[in-house]
Write a protein that binds this ligand. Structure first.
Ligand SMILES: Cc1cc2nc3c(=O)[nH]c(=O)nc-3n(C[C@H](O)[C@H](O)[C@H](O)COP(=O)(O)OP(=O)(O)OC[C@H]3O[C@@H](n4cnc5c(N)ncnc54)[C@H](O)[C@@H]3O)c2cc1C
Length: 385
């Protein structure tokens, strides 16, 4: 039986092993003391394992050719066959019925541990891959070495991309994406969530516009919409960008103005700091009134028509100047150039060397797309081995 090495013990590696073990002896090398640690952190501990609304629209590269070969339906079916029950939420995001990422890791691990020809080698850090006549020599931090005819690289965004140059593989350095973004935020907004807002910004080659929830932090902004925006910035190599948030996308400028003029009449005797009560979170109301240069203790009846216009402008176009990415990114943009790989994710120049998961330059937006790429790429390669 052929013996293959899978370097890395994350999502893509485990999926690959589930299929490769049908015809080959598989050895999984993982530097951590346990496999699949990252899976446990996904989806805030719930693991958003895929999305029923699937397609290349969610990725930086066109990967339809891969997604068609191990689709969302096949992925869910496969997990069901391992015993994992799943459900999709109203946005198409698929989770385990247990709402626990532990279940996802456990069904994969349980299956693999029952296979006689799968071996886990944890605490094994790969430091080099070298070509050795017809095979590949894997070198480990411990000084140990092993030879394999086929090697699957599943090292995620931890991979040292220089390691692959010798195989004629080009790569783009990893850049964080799906992360919170750094910007100056008024102190009182830290911790405030605003739902249903529309975040937009323009690029030379198009624009980003998405509606959802934004969470203000001390050092910037977060939330799914912001994460997705970070991907658009990372893919274009942009760190600094002015973004506009429409805090009331479902109300036109004119309707908002009429509404505020009406409130000016209705709430004449109130203080300006109460003018927006009922619109937004108290702290956001405070910031909007302040930015419109309205004194908090002035009477509503004294708010000028010019100030009402300014307030409408600020509510419809709340600007933030993004100044970089914050830590704790979920994925990285960059990695091995997919053009250097065959349709089976094998090196075009070195037969037997495969790349799966995040080490390949494929990144998706939030919603289960990154794990789907890990499952799809892992299955395609595993089935071949
Ligand atoms: C907090 C968080 C939440 C996320 N939530 C979601 C979500 O809900 N849905 C979704 O679709 N995606 C999510 N993602 C992204 C998703 O987890 C990744 O896209 C996916 O895990 C990539 O799989 P992979 O197998 O390519 O890499 P990884 O899962 O990163 O696996 C790589 C493995 O290789 C090991 N390794 C690295 N270097 C070496 C070495 N030199 N020697 C040996 N082993 C090594 C690592 O320890 C790791 O176990 C999330 C990511 C994070 C960080």
């Amino acid at each position: 039986m052929k013996k293959i090495a899978i370097l890395g013990g994350g999502a893509s590696a485990l999926m690959c092993a589930c299929f490769a073990c049908k015809n080959s002896k598989v050895v999984i090398y993982e530097k951590n003391d346990k496999i699949g640690k990252k899976i446990l952190a996904t989806g805030n501990g719930r693991c958003n394992l895929t999305n029923v609304n699937m397609g290349s629209f969610a990725y930086n590269n066109n990967i339809d050719n891969f997604l068609n070969r191990f689709s969302v339906g096949q992925t869910i079916e496969f997990f069901n066959s391992l015993g994992l029950e799943t459900y999709a939420d109203e946005e198409g995001r698929v989770y385990p019925l247990s709402n626990s990422a532990v279940s996802v890791l456990e069904v994969l691990k349980n299956y693999l541990e029952m296979q006689a020809n799968v071996e886990f080698k944890t605490g094994c850090e790969v430091v080099a891959i070298k070509r050795n006549d017809s095979s590949f020599k894997i070198e480990f931090a411990s000084g140990a070495q092993e030879n394999f005819e086929s090697v699957v690289v599943a090292l995620g965004n931890y991979a040292n991309l220089n390691m692959f140059e010798q195989f004629g593989i080009t790569a783009k350095q990893f850049k964080p994406c799906l992360s919170a973004l750094k910007c100056k935020v008024d102190r009182v907004l830290a911790g405030v969530r605003v739902g249903g807002v529309k975040v937009c910004c323009k690029f030379e080659d198009g624009e980003f516009c998405e509606t959802g929830e934004v969470l203000f932090r001390q050092d910037g902004v977060s939330g799914i919409v912001v994460f997705n925006l970070s991907s658009f910035l990372a893919r274009r190599g942009i760190c600094k960008q002015t973004i506009s948030i429409d805090l009331l996308p479902h109300m036109s400028y004119d309707k908002l103005k009429r509404n505020l003029l009406n409130r000016k009449n209705k709430l004449q005797a109130y203080k300006a700091e109460e003018f927006l009560t009922g619109f937004f979170h108290r702290s956001l109301n405070h910031v909007l009134i302040k930015n419109a240069k309205i004194k908090a203790d002035t009477k509503v009846s004294n708010i000028s028509y010019f100030q009402i216009d300014t307030l409408c402008d600020i509510i419809k176009n709340f600007e933030l100047n993004i100044d970089g990415f914050l830590d704790n990114n979920q994925v990285c943009h960059g990695g091995v150039n997919i053009k250097d790989l065959t349709v089976n994710l094998e090196s075009k120049k070195h037969k037997g060397l495969y790349f799966i998961g995040e080490v390949v330059n494929v990144d998706g937006v939030c919603g289960g797309y990154n794990l789907q790429w890990a499952w799809t790429s892992g299955q395609i390669v595993g089935k071949l081995l």
